[in-house]
Design a protein around this ligand. Sequence first.
Ligand SMILES: Cc1cc2nc3c(=O)[nH]c(=O)nc-3n(C[C@H](O)[C@H](O)[C@H](O)COP(=O)(O)O)c2cc1C
Length: 383
Amino acid sequence: MTPRPHQRDRRDVNPALGSRKLKLGTFQTNLDSGCVMSDLDGRLEITWPNTVTLAQLADEMEFEALVPVARWRGFGGATDPQGPGFETFTWAAGIAGATRHSGVISTSHVALNHPIVAAKQSTVIDHISNGRYTLNVVNGWNFPEMEMFGVSLLEHEDRYVCAEEWLTIVKRLWQEDEKFDFEGKFYRIKGGYLQPKPIQKPHPVIMNAGSSERGRRFACQHCDLVFTNIRSHDVATNTAHVAAYHKLARETYDREVRVWSNATIVQADTEKEARDFYHYYVHEKGDWVAARNVIDTMAAEINKRDYPQERRNAMAEMMIAGWGGFPLIGTGEQIVDGLAKLSKIGLDGVLLSWPRYIDGMREFRRVTYPLLQQSGLRDQAAG
Ligand SMILES: Cc1cc2nc3c(=O)[nH]c(=O)nc-3n(C[C@H](O)[C@H](O)[C@H](O)COP(=O)(O)O)c2cc1C
């Protein structure tokens, strides 16, 4: 490959690959309601000034990953959470221009974006952000939004075969100078060409958040940032859960991955106030109809998941509280303690969200972030 003067080693430019002990991000700031499903006053109203306000708050704290969600329609109920929202590539391009430090992510559904288009759009955002860009590859599970396009979700295994072809094409376009042909089960490329190349060398960072066993393998084999859910409060269980990703990547694919998760911050001056507030927005104001729509869709036969009926209420509650994020509830000190525990189990980074996104994040920057800095979690790790 011809060396190109504009290209930089991605470890030097993409903050998601930096060496801070605990990296931070935001989740779903491109969608109405943010991460909650609740008729809560002060939840995110999606306007461009509001989404930029959140990105700039994150930028001031040098968050490493601003992750939007690719969503094409909402989940009904009284509040239709995630209905109105900004498309992720155009969002990321605008956010890249409005920030200076933070990593900027776009999320792409394999089935909805041709790999050449996704590779080309990603390259533009990598240039705008000067190498701060990450591509989140998602296979989709939300079949009603696929039906809106007239696209059927593939069978689960085929979704991953298709994603492997898709990502192979994207990576080749980003790296190869010679035009290439590709003949797969799902794609046929003739004379594949992409110039200019992205800023990041060998190619932009890739993220995946598949949660099935097949999804874990895909992520560990092909991606750099892998996401997992933390569902237990037991340190040993969680440590083993995170370590299993590294083991799979190292022993089966001879690769290194970084493991991230997501958490919801419910903070107040006392723990009781924080718990009361949680009860208010989840149990008094929660949009349970919308949350059950999510669980029913996720649990559909085509998604090959096993969601026992008796667990579905608890899952709906987690969706209402923060789109499944690990709950961190309490005072600023307790929030920092909770983040320290997430770091201790081996997570490289955590995406955060707040029920009242803008007010919560402002309070976090003012009260909690200085405590987090004092704790050393935002220091560069040695070595
Ligand atoms: C951090 C994170 C971001 C995600 N972003 C999206 C998204 O933007 N759009 C989407 O349809 N699914 C998204 N997902 C869902 C997963 O990418 C994945 O599609 C889902 O877990 C199903 O994969 P599986 O069949 O392997 O379990 C996200 C999940 C997580 C944890």
